[in-house]
Design a protein. Sequence first.
Length: 142
Amino acid sequence: MKKMITLLLFCLVAVHGDEIAQRNQTRNYNQNQGVIDLGGGNFDSTIQSSNVPVVVDINAKWCGACKMVSPVIDELDQQYAGKVLFAKVDVDNEPSFVQRFEVTGMPTLLFFRPGNNTPVYRHVGYLSKQDFEQKINEYLMK
């Protein structure tokens, strides 16, 4: 019964995630202007050289919840411009991140303090804008 409910919830998120993302999408999912794309070659150097906190969204193009959180990240990128750097990693392009950061679901959101490549907080799944702001303030704006 528990597996059946989990499967049902996953399907609902996948179906409605696409609808919400299409409704809210103001720019292409993979072509965000302010949010940067990180790969294996620039991940560590970007995190370590940043003088502001970094939030990394580990996602996949086919992930419904990832599509739901993408517009939230885009809004927060504008709201926290110059205060927090937002970045994305597509696990289909960078599969090593799954093992490195023990990704068990997507999206996985990792919060890094400036100059430190060890996350201080991680969240798996969708976060509303309000909850996201709370986590940013709690873990990165101390």
